[in-house]
Design a binder for this molecule. Sequence first.
Ligand code: ZN
Length: 139
Amino acid sequence: MPCIFCEIIASRMPAHRVYEDEQCLACMDIMPITSGHVLVIPREHAANIWELSAQASAALMPAAQKVALALRKSGLPCEGINLFMANNAVAGQSVFHAHLHVVPRVHGDGFGLRFPPHYGQSVQDEILQQQAERIKEAL
Ligand SMILES: [Zn+2]
């Protein structure tokens, strides 16, 4: 089965495009979380952030910023914006071509992040230090 986002990029499937450049394309999400929800999709097929080239990755944020600025000017409901990228099914990814969500927010829109019950408790310095060391070693 072809990748739906590659099909959109190749114009073999329709999409409501709002922005394009050499590296990426932005279009309306057909199943929007909130009104005006836009997807920024790199032209390069990569399943997720781990596979995405540094060049394609670097192009996503400027495109998302352009879309965010446009959303605010557009007159569409937009009191705030969340950017998020889901990587792997466990994180909510459903189309396995990396993409960045630009989600307009208004009070009472029903969307939100659900934090686990332990959230709000700080972690011991030594644990944070160990975690930081492991990440630094992996860089
Ligand atoms: Zn693809």
